[in-house]
Design a protein. Structure first.
Lengths: 113, 113
């Protein structure tokens, strides 16, 4: 069966510090991978998606970046965090196009102080 | 262009009474539609999806939704609410022609004892 892992589960970082959130998927090959951010009262915002190794599409301009160094690994990064980066970050995967179900990880709660 | 509108940000019902969470969508093509549920500080889980088969879709935990093209709606219902249904619910529209996925802003369901 497939599983998706995210870590860390919670993170408190000062403004201006770097960020690295990791997401890995097991039990499937060549998944589509997604990073979402959920801020209070603002719903779910798609940040990045990837259809293959090294292929990253960005949905919104920001100081975050994403990388996919391996087929089932997706990393969200920042060189300098802003207060507005606080939120709940969710990684998800799917097989094929957007008409298919997405499977979500447990999320990372990021607080920037 | 696609869009999705969840008409209520909060819904409160008594345990044992029916649940109705409203969702309207806009899509240029034949969309795929989904409902996801998110319990506090957890990832999202698929409740059900519509992909141009039967217009009445049955999902997990007794939920169902009806696709009404004439009304551009995909409302989520359950005959009898349970305390464990308290969560946030997201309506999602996607179109595999442009591979875009749009999440609604969510509806928080409160169950009163």
């Amino acid at each position: 069966s497939q599983t998706i892992h995210q870590w860390p589960a919670t993170l408190v970082q000062p403004v201006g510090s770097p960020l690295s959130l990791e997401c890995t998927v097991e039990g499937t090959s060549n998944p589509n991978l997604y990073w979402y951010r959920q801020a209070a009262g603002r719903g779910l915002q798609l940040l990045f998606y990837s259809v293959g190794i090294g292929q990253i599409s960005s949905e919104v301009p920001q100081n975050l970046s994403a990388s996919r160094p391996q087929d089932r690994q997706f990393i969200l990064s920042s060189k300098k965090l802003l207060l507005s980066d606080s939120g709940f970050y969710l990684c998800a995967w799917s097989v094929g196009g957007s008409y298919n179900e997405q499977f979500f990880g447990p999320g990372t709660r990021l607080t920037v102080l | 262009a696609q869009s999705v509108t969840q008409l209520d940000s909060h819904v409160s019902v008594s345990e044992g009474t029916p649940v109705l969470l409203r969702c309207n969508y806009s899509s240029s093509y034949s969309p795929s539609l989904f409902w996801y549920v998110q319990h506090p500080n957890k990832g999202l889980q698929l409740l059900l999806k519509y992909t141009s088969a039967a217009t009445l879709v049955k999902g997990i935990n007794g939920f169902e939704a009806e696709f009404k093209k004439s009304e551009t709606s995909f409302h989520l219902t359950k005959p009898s609410a349970h305390m464990s249904d308290a969560a946030e619910y997201f309506c999602v529209v996607s179109d595999d022609r442009d591979d875009k996925i749009i999440f609604g802003k969510g509806t928080r369901l409160h169950i009163l004892p």
